[in-house]
Design a protein around this ligand. Structure first.
Ligand SMILES: Cc1cc2nc3c(=O)[nH]c(=O)nc-3n(C[C@H](O)[C@H](O)[C@H](O)COP(=O)(O)O)c2cc1C
Length: 399
């Protein structure tokens, strides 16, 4: 076993490896070859197998699932292969600055922690462990409405303001209460997720759940969801008939949110130029290009493929962030080259959390930062401003 890991590490470091990636993937899939500590990880993918080993099948399935046949989930990864880099030579890259600025706040890196619900399903410390990792790496964290720790506790653990993600619910009184609570906790930005109006078909989750022998009802309702025992943001809210979203919502909700909060308003789940234009028209402050990590509708379209049309429609008037399938520094570089202000990651930090808690999340963030730093230097770019469409083949068409 040790020999095998040593061999794998040797292979990974070998310059001859380029053509052997499928072979390395095959090694990674072997059940007994799971990393034992965050320091062992060569890349963020290695945390996935460790998470699978650490989690009950139903919880792993909740994290891993896409919708229908998981076509969009896969498309998010495959989309990056549609773009190639154009590295420039003989540029002094001895110093690199990957800091970015969003709404007047400067961040050490453009890598952001996406909102993911129910994090105590992955590790007993859940969102608190993630907040501590975010604090140690001075990373922007977005907290889900369906978190298993409260916005107050997570903000305290983070030691600085976090952004708050909102599901707008089918009852305005409930929505308003949650928004006001997030604002009172000091959140400067409200991230309104708009891509789940009518539920979804998470078949992969069901398949994993079938193999789980434990009694779900011991910890939460048999079908996890708005279980207020585990969802502190719903305490004090009348849960009768409450749903996370409403099929009747229109841009009117954006106006209503504007009226009840002074937080900046970011819409998450934008995929088209038409909706990007409507965001600008409706006075939205920012957008996240997202298909919920392939967990909303089965569009079949990668978010990296949606990014350019949204950026063009935004026309530099509001910042555009993106998420969906980002696993490598090169993936992040491509989005930045197209004009994204920052990139959010979901599953990778959840893999790290599931397997190792706070140190796992930290290592995932460190690996992605290191890879981004490397590709910035390799391409001859010293700051995010220098990463322009010119660094992507045919980027002048796309940027
Ligand atoms: C297990 C899980 C739970 C999620 N929960 C939420 C949520 O509560 N609110 C939200 O806006 N997005 C949620 N998302 C979507 C993420 O914010 C993000 O869009 C997505 O994970 C990015 O894709 P990636 O996982 O490929 O990085 C969730 C994603 C996962 C995997």
């Amino acid at each position: 076993m040790t020999d095998r890991r040593a061999f794998l590490k040797f292979l990974a470091g070998s310059p001859l490896l380029a053509g052997l990636l499928p072979l390395r993937d095959a090694f990674r899939q072997t059940a007994d070859d799971v990393i034992k500590s965050p320091a062992d990880a060569l890349n963020v993918f290695e945390f996935e197998a460790a998470a699978r080993k650490a989690l009950p099948p139903a919880h792993f399935g909740y994290m891993a699932t896409g919708v229908d046949s998981d076509v969009t989930l896969k498309a998010n990864r495959e989309g990056f292969s549609h773009y190639q880099l154009r590295p420039r030579r003989l540029v002094d890259v001895s110093r690199v600055d990957m800091s970015t600025e969003i709404f007047g706040t400067k961040w050490d890196s453009p890598i952001v922690i996406a909102p993911v619900g129910s994090q105590k399903a992955f590790h007993p410390e859940g969102e608190i462990a993630v907040a501590r990792a975010a604090q140690s790496l001075r990373t922007l964290q977005i907290l889900s409405t369906v978190s298993t720790s409260s916005v107050e506790d997570v903000t305290a653990a983070r030691g600085a303001p976090i952004w708050y993600q909102l599901y707008s619910t089918n009852k305005w009184e409930a929505t308003e209460k949650i928004v006001k609570r997030a604002q009172a906790a000091g959140c400067p930005v409200l991230v309104f997720t708009v891509d789940l109006p009518v539920g979804r078909n998470t078949e992969t989750q069901e398949v994993f759940a079938r193999t789980d022998t434990r009694q779900c009802a011991n910890c939460h309702t048999p079908r996890p969801g708005l279980d207020y025992r585990r969802k502190p943001m719903f305490s004090g809210i009348d849960m009768s008939g409450l749903a996370l979203s409403s099929p009747a919502h229109t841009w009117e909700v954006v106006k209503r949110l504007r009226d009840v909060t002074s937080m900046k308003l970011v819409l998450k789940g934008i995929e088209t130029r038409e909706d990007a234009a409507l965001c600008v028209e409706n006075g939205v402050d920012g957008m996240i290009v997202s298909n919920h990590g392939g967990r909303a509708e089965e569009s079949g379209r990668a978010t990296i493929d949606c990014l350019s049309e949204v950026i063009q429609a935004a026309g530099g008037r509001i910042p555009v962030l993106v998420d969906g399938g980002f696993r490598r520094g090169t993936d992040i570089f491509k989005a930045l080259a197209m004009g994204a202000r920052a990139v959010c990651i979901g599953r990778p930090y959840i893999w790290g959390l599931s397997a190792f808690g706070q140190p796992g999340v930290e290592r995932v963030l460190q690996i992605l930062r290191h890879e981004l730093d490397l590709v910035m230097r390799q391409c001859g770019t010293r700051s995010l401003k220098e990463i322009t469409p010119a660094y992507i083949a045919d980027g002048w068409r796309r940027g």
